[in-house]
Design a protein around this ligand. Structure first.
Ligand SMILES: Cc1cc2nc3c(=O)[nH]c(=O)nc-3n(C[C@H](O)[C@H](O)[C@H](O)COP(=O)(O)OP(=O)(O)OC[C@H]3O[C@@H](n4cnc5c(N)ncnc54)[C@H](O)[C@@H]3O)c2cc1C
Length: 476
């Protein structure tokens, strides 16, 4: 499994023994498959798209008998190697059906491969909504709950993984299991089994009124924290060393958008789409660094200034997601969960650091806030969190600033978001979690033969060797 053609400019580390730019460990005739933006590649020995749970059970049993590894993937909308394998890959693209809607309890049961963009529209027909959503809707419902995708938050608190009330999965022995109540309080990371069905607790469909204003960067952190006290959802964004930052705030609204609001939404989505297309088309790797820095600065200014806008209302899933007509330019993301109590100081330092260094031009930052949750291995397990997300468009140019920001965040006890790029310096991120041993024991009980392990698991739980065995310390 090596890097793909464009992976040389990615923040994702090559595995030991693999060649970042070439075929590396890839065997002849093996399929090549990339993540959503083509920056991370895998070469599984086989890719299968089963259609039923009994078929999945048979596949897993056979794999366990033959000592093979299985990795299930959703939309491959992760930024790191969590989804990769060089053995058997299972795609759940045929598990996309709605199984049941219970209007009275406001619950929906769907198959694990259902993409969010379809789910939100089905819910709308029944007058229902999820409590929250991340910036994008291409991912699958099993993928987002498996990695603790958090969404935008504030006083309006529940996050997506917390809305799961029942889960059905095929474990490492090839047996179906149903998880409810306390058993759901773990982020599975694709390491407990293959999730085939999920029942989600919904709430009545809602609209949000959104405001975005540009503020001087020196005031940005205080303004965002003050907004958090008054508004239902809040985020903070800044780009490179652009002198103004954006505070976004949303309030839940009972009524639908006016035609003016709809028109504004549509114009803005088109504008963001155009900015994104320009970013995607810019051949950063072939340009001199000084020119690139200038281009990123101009784009950063355009983005901040164009995003300031009067308030408008939209359906929750349009207002809370990054609506750019379904197009995002290829980029890397590192997202670090900071304890909320220490976040303000860290964010102020991060802003100052980027302002002083023009190599930050290719980085856009988004900060979101979420409550503490009771879910082993979720980055916000047991602590209120400010999520510091680095969107990195040119990994080579921005690398020194990214390193400095990562060091800064870890000095404030950050924990890495599992689906993003795990910083190279964070050798065993799982061990930052207070409940990782307990989680690991549960994982081993679900998958005693290690069928679902991959090298990413070894990297995050076991050490630096890239070996696939479960961690010795846990086994001992
Ligand atoms: C443009 C973009 C925007 C994003 N915005 C946000 C955001 O705002 N907030 C946030 O928190 N995250 C965000 N993410 C990250 C994203 O939500 C996660 O990477 C999510 O896990 C992707 O879901 P997926 O279906 O693509 O899963 P994949 O990337 O395919 O898989 C992720 C993990 O889930 C496991 N998995 C997938 N399906 C199953 C299954 N059926 N059973 C068991 N395990 C399974 C896989 O094995 C793997 O370990 C964003 C990603 C992108 C590309």
């Amino acid at each position: 499994m090596g890097g793909g053609p464009t992976a040389a400019r990615s923040l994702v580390e090559p595995y030991p023994g693999s060649d970042r730019n070439g075929p590396g460990l890839v065997g002849r005739g093996m399929p090549r498959i990339a993540n959503w933006c083509g920056r991370v590649w895998a070469s599984p020995a086989e890719i299968l798209r089963p259609t039923s749970e009994p078929e999945l059970c048979r596949l897993v049993r056979r794999a366990a008998r033959e000592g093979r590894r299985v990795k299930v993937v959703g939309a491959r909308h992760s930024f790191g190697r969590i989804w990769t394998t060089d053995d058997l890959m299972i795609e759940l693209s045929r598990f996309h059906r709605v199984l049941q809607v219970d209007r009275e309890r406001m619950q929906i049961t769907v198959q694990g491969g259902m993409p969010l963009h379809r789910l939100v529209r089905v819910l709308e027909r029944f007058g229902l909504a999820l409590p929250n959503i991340g910036a994008w809707m291409e991912q699958t419902v099993a993928g987002v709950t498996s990695t603790a995708t958090h969404g935008t938050s504030g006083r309006y608190r529940q996050t997506l993984p917390e809305s799961v009330v029942r889960m059905r999965l095929v474990d490492g022995r090839g047996e179906p299991r149903v998880l409810e109540g306390a058993a759901l309080r773990q982020v599975t990371l694709g390491l407990f089994g293959i999730i085939t069905e999920l029942t989600l607790q919904c709430r009545p469909f809602f609209f949000v009124r959104q405001h975005k204003h540009a503020v001087p960067r020196e005031e940005a952190v205080e303004r965002a924290l003050a907004a958090l006290e008054r508004h239902d959802l809040v985020d903070l964004r800044w780009a490179g060393s652009v002198p103004r930052a954006l505070v976004g705030q949303w309030d839940v609204e009972p009524g639908p958008p006016s035609w003016r609001d709809r028109l504004r939404q549509s114009i803005e989505a088109t504008r963001l789409w155009a900015v994104n297309r320009t970013v995607a088309a810019y051949p950063a790797s072939r340009m001199p660094t000084a020119l690139s820095t200038r281009v990123w600065e101009v784009l950063g200014h355009a983005y901040v200034e164009a995003s300031e806008r009067p308030s408008r209302v939209s359906p929750w899933y349009r207002g809370l997601t990054y609506d750019s007509r379904g197009f995002a330019p290829p980029h890397d993301e590192i997202e670090l969960a900071l304890p909320r109590a220490r976040a303000a100081a860290c964010l102020r330092e991060a802003i100052a650091l980027m302002q002083e260094d023009r190599r930050s031009a290719a980085i856009e930052v988004q900060v979101r806030f979420s409550p503490a949750i009771d879910m082993a291995l979720a980055p916000n397990d047991g602590r209120e969190t400010a999520w510091l997300n680095l969107n990195v468009f040119d990994a080579v140019a921005a690398a020194p600033v990214v390193d400095a920001l990562v060091r800064l965040a870890y000095s404030y006890e950050a924990r890495a978001h599992w689906a993003k790029v795990i910083p190279a310096s964070d050798r065993r991120p799982a061990r930052r979690h207070p409940r990782w041993r307990q989680w690991e024991a549960t994982r081993a009980a679900f998958d005693p033969h290690g069928v679902f392990l991959n090298r990413w698991y070894a990297r995050c739980f076991g050490g630096v060797s890239g070996e696939l065995e479960p961690t010795q310390e846990v086994a001992a």
